[in-house]
Design a protein around this ligand. Structure first.
Ligand code: SF4
Ligand code: SF4
Length: 223
């Protein structure tokens, strides 16, 4: 899932300075699961903003809603009537959701309430770890299911580097060396020969916006 964390309250309040009527929009998917921008978090932030602006004697008329997904047009329609009279929109969705919202309502300022952080896994309640940087050319099949882009401090496709030390990365003793882990995993699976395969320089695909159209689906403009 996409993992995000709420921005500092003062930053959010600062973005809304001068606006009198705001709709706070949560997202019911990734950011809800990682406890950053779902219905509960929308309730809390909305109440905090309401209270803070009252104390500043600059009341904010703030409404709230949480949609199933802000990255999916189908779930955005419910907002069309609600945004009409708003001075600004605050969204607790990930960066994709924020942009999709801004694209749908280009005449209304849209502000992000969370910082989108990474694609990760849930290790426990409120504890998330990064696992993927969506490089666009996954090599996990060669690396025992351990991502060298994410887990290696240098993002090396051919490792380890000379800094590996008894299982730790040279950047810190508490940081496991990704390539040590890859070695151990491949060894355990009897596939250690794979570590000798040289991965060629990558054609980085995540430096420009990408589009995926699944086989069997027409391009939207051709539909
Ligand atoms: S190799 Fe690329 S796509 Fe695969 S997990 Fe790592 S960053 Fe993600
Ligand atoms: S020590 Fe290991 S994790 Fe650290 S940069 Fe070198 S190969 Fe990557």
């Amino acid at each position: 899932m996409i993992v995000a964390k709420r921005k500092p309250f003062e930053e959010i309040k600062g973005m809304l300075k001068g606006y009198k009527k705001v709709l706070n929009i949560g997202c019911g998917t990734c950011v809800a699961v990682c406890l950053a921008g779902g219905e509960k978090e929308v309730d809390v932030l909305t109440a905090e903003l309401d209270m803070a602006r009252k104390l500043e004697e600059s009341p904010l008329e703030i409404a709230k809603i949480t949609v199933e997904r802000q990255c999916d047009r189908e779930y955005m329609e419910v907002l069309d009537d609600k945004v009409k009279d708003q001075d600004a929109l605050l969204t607790m969705a990930c960066g994709a959701g924020v942009q999709f919202l801004a694209e749908r309502y280009p005449d209304i300022p849209v502000f992000p309430a969370v910082d989108t952080t990474f694609i990760g896994v849930n290790q426990g309640v409120g504890w998330y770890e990064e696992r993927c940087r969506s490089c666009g050319s996954c090599v996990l099949g060669m690396t025992g299911g351990i991502c060298p882009v994410t887990m290696c401090a240098k993002g090396l496709y051919n490792g380890p580097c000379g800094g590996t030390n008894k299982g730790s990365c040279e950047i810190h003793a508490d940081q496991p060396c990704a390539w040590h882990m890859i070695y151990e995993r491949l060894s355990r699976q009897g596939r250690l020969d794979m570590i000798m395969d040289i991965v060629p320089p990558q054609d980085w695909q995540n430096q420009i916006p990408r589009t995926v159209i699944q086989p069997g689906y027409k391009k939207p403009e051709a539909a």
